[in-house]
Design a protein around this ligand. Structure first.
Ligand SMILES: [Zn+2]
Ligand SMILES: [Zn+2]
Length: 171
């Protein structure tokens, strides 16, 4: 089943590259999500303009509802990467740009909630992970923007400076 996900992922990215005239990489795929989350896109910033992408899939859900993972969850997560790549990081995770990618590029209904028994309420689908010397700190969009503009954050425990590591889009 994991192999079908890999194949489908490559097809989706190839299609999006043709559609938008880009050369997006095929994200790394890992099957380590548990519980009620179906999929997650992780974008790790390497340099100011370059990120690497990973899509995390819930393996239990894959075994139970493979079709939903292939036809809903995967395009949903790839669309998050396309939005990042084509429209930049300042747009909302499920805003007009994301819905446009889902509809026009992938010809999917842009449903926010997968037709899977996933969590109902998510107030912050996008989290930015900052790292100090002792732990990871999740930031909201607002706090991340402020950090990007130069605000300095310090860990209460180790007094280390928080450094941006990755953005997670769940749901
Ligand atoms: Zn710390
Ligand atoms: Zn989403």
């Amino acid at each position: 089943m994991q192999k079908s996900v890999q194949t489908r992922l490559a097809l989706l990215v190839r299609h999006a590259n043709v559609f938008y005239g880009k050369r997006m990489p095929v994200p790394k795929l890992i099957f380590d999500l548990r519980g009620m989350t179906a999929g997650q896109l992780v974008s790790q910033r390497i340099t100011r303009s370059k990120s690497i992408y990973t899509i995390r899939i819930n393996n239990q859900l894959l075994e139970r509802s493979a079709q939903a993972i292939l036809t809903e969850v995967l395009p949903h997560e790839v669309a998050h990467m396309v939005v990042d790549w084509v429209f930049g990081k300042r747009v909302k995770p499920h805003g007009v740009e994301w819905r446009q990618v889902m509809r026009e590029c992938f010809e999917c209904e842009p449903n926010r909630c997968h037709q899977l028994p996933t969590e109902q309420v998510r107030h912050h689908p996008r989290r930015h992970i900052y790292q100090c010397d002792c732990q990871e700190h999740p930031f909201t969009d607002r706090r991340h923007r402020s950090a990007m503009k130069g605000s300095h954050y310090i860990c209460q425990s180790c007094r280390g400076t928080l450094v941006f590591k990755a953005t997670l889009v769940t749901d």
